[in-house]
Design a protein. Sequence first.
Length: 134
Amino acid sequence: VAALVGAAPTPARAEVPVRVRVIKGSRQGPASIDPRLEDLRRQLSPLAYVRWEQVDERSFDLAQGKPVFVDLPGSDSVGVTLQERHGDTVTIEVALASRNTQSRLTVEKGQRIVHQVAPEKGGAAFFLTVTAWP
């Protein structure tokens, strides 16, 4: 009996591992990119901000329909939810409850989303980067 149980195919893993980073873009100060964000340089450089710093980083598994909340500076939080998965492609919802805004973004394995999650204040704004299967 144990041999039969061990030979049964294992179901595909429903969760999707993600890496989420909170980053701050600023229009003021000398142009610089936090060394931890070097892999994002091509995505960040065309944006209107000149100074980039990583504020937080978390890794977790997303289960479909179950949000994980990531704190932003200033007591706000962003909900990150796996909406759909088709093979190596996922649709992730990024929602900021305090502003009643949500966006759905679709990426393939290894791709990154860079998404502004808070309005600009004093020449700076917060962004969330999400990488599926980092």
